[in-house]
Ligand binder design. Structure first.
Ligand SMILES: Cc1cc2nc3c(=O)[nH]c(=O)nc-3n(C[C@H](O)[C@H](O)[C@H](O)COP(=O)(O)O)c2cc1C
Length: 206
């Protein structure tokens, strides 16, 4: 599929067409990867690119673990759904992305403009919901950032979230949300594009 199939009038999007393709239109979820390593510097560059993505009260609850050792990789793969195991074993880099359920402890630093921000999150359920919502937003920014670095990403929620949380974020203050495989796409990396909902199925006007 090429961007010429889009019904969006090109003049209404200010990004150059090749950048639109790289980030969105031609970007696909990857399921295989080459052996080319992904460095910490590349992931740091992605973070630098997307770190200004908005979160409520600038809370930034996303936390990530770069799974580098074979031993840690094996522990992670054991908790992946069967259909996700082989690609998680082979990807050049795997990142476990989680929400910090105690993000309110850093609000004094990241939201100094709201002096009592921490007190808005004393209710555990409210805090949990805010952590998951905002971390999920940050995961979306991260996915786009990985694509901007010329890499492909395969986000996955098919894993035992409780077990992965306990393995990679011990201490009870996080919740693992997504495991992301990252690298250059390998042979047959992409599946056919599945249909997307149309604008008027998604949006109404009132
Ligand atoms: C939060 C999330 C969880 C996903 N979980 C899985 C998964 O467990 N296994 C898998 O193979 N793909 C998973 N995917 C990939 C989606 O199926 C894929 O991104 C979607 O179908 C769009 O595919 P496309 O980018 O090729 O158009 C997940 C994607 C997201 C964003």
């Amino acid at each position: 599929m090429t961007s010429t199939t889009s019904t969006t009038p090109a003049t209404l999007v200010v990004l150059p067409a090749d950048v639109q393709d790289l980030l969105f239109k031609e970007a696909h979820t990857a399921h295989t990867y080459t052996d080319e390593p992904v460095t910490d510097a590349q992931i740091a560059a992605v973070h630098e690119l997307v770190k200004n993505g908005p979160t409520s009260l600038n809370s930034q609850p996303l936390r990530g673990v770069l799974v580098r050792s074979d031993e840690a990789r094996a522990r992670l793969v054991a908790h992946m759904a069967p259909g996700n195991q082989a690609k998680t074993l082979k990807a050049p880099l795997v990142v476990v992305l989680a929400a910090d359920l105690h993000f309110h402890e850093t609000l004094h630093r990241v939201a100094p403009h709201v002096p009592d921000a921490r007190n808005l999150f004393t209710d555990e359920q409210v805090r949990h919901d805010a952590a998951v919502l905002n971390a999920a937003l940050q995961i979306a920014y991260f996915i786009v950032g990985v694509r901007a670095a010329g890499l492909a990403v395969g986000p996955m929620s098919g894993f035992d979230a409780r077990a992965v949380t306990d393995e990679f974020f011990p201490g009870g203050r996080h919740r693992a949300l997504v495991v992301a495989n990252i690298g250059r796409p390998g042979p047959d990396a992409f599946r056919p594009r599945a249909p997307r909902l149309a604008f008027d199925e998604v949006f109404t006007s009132v």
